[in-house]
Write a new protein. Structure first.
Length: 207
């Protein structure tokens, strides 16, 4: 199978802040541990809220005419899935753009019938495979050894979308790992580029 990479790297203006402090969001049952994250803690919370609000709003207004996945990373929102018409696709994008705190929207929805359960299961398998290879690369790969938790992986119809705050070298390495993963049709980069990795705080000696 021929593979081609679409370089759609987003160059967003402004300074990128780092947030390397572990954060627990929510209660004991639903808490999400965010450790070693390059987003600020505020943006992590914003991303979760954006996804929750949009999941509810899109389901209420478009569930019968579209299959939609919305992923927010550092308030950059990726829309994937299938819409029944161009008007539906545009309506979903407008709904996303109207959400508070959204900085950028990348709409990758196709005009098509909803994907099958088998296709979605295969996409989930590909996402897991790419993540596993990113983790393996952390210990055995070549420098810069991009960290798996710095890259968000989304798969739709065999197309892998990569999000995150990464350097150019890290972006290239993550893209190559995804591109050469079995089952991947194409790689689309939705990275936000940074010049250098944030400096992580030094480990504190045990008390």
């Amino acid at each position: 199978m021929n593979r081609r990479m679409a370089a759609l790297t987003i160059a967003l203006s402004g300074l990128v802040s780092s947030g390397c402090v572990p954060l627990v969001i929510g209660g004991v049952a639903t808490g999400v541990l965010v450790a070693d994250d390059r987003r600020t803690t505020g943006n992590v919370v914003d991303d979760q809220n954006i996804e929750l609000r949009l999941a509810n709003d899109i389901s209420t207004k478009f569930s019968k005419v579209a299959h939609t996945n919305v992923t927010s990373y550092n308030r950059v929102v990726l829309i994937t899935g299938e819409a029944s018409t161009g008007q539906v696709r545009d309506g979903i994008e407008a709904l996303v753009r109207a959400q508070p705190n959204v900085r950028h929207v990348q709409n990758e929805m196709k005009i098509a019938a909803p994907s099958s359960l088998g296709s979605r299961s295969n996409d989930a398998f590909i996402t897991g495979r790419v993540k596993a290879l990113l983790v393996d690369n952390q210990t055995r790969g070549k420098a810069p050894r991009v960290q798996a938790n710095h890259v968000k992986v989304v798969t739709e119809a065999g197309v892998v979308y990569l999000m995150g705050l990464v350097t150019a070298a890290e972006a290239d390495q993550a893209s190559e790992i995804a591109r050469t993963t079995s089952g991947v049709v194409r790689v689309v980069r939705v990275f936000e580029m940074i010049k250098r990795p944030p400096v992580e705080p030094a480990a504190q000696p045990p008390q």
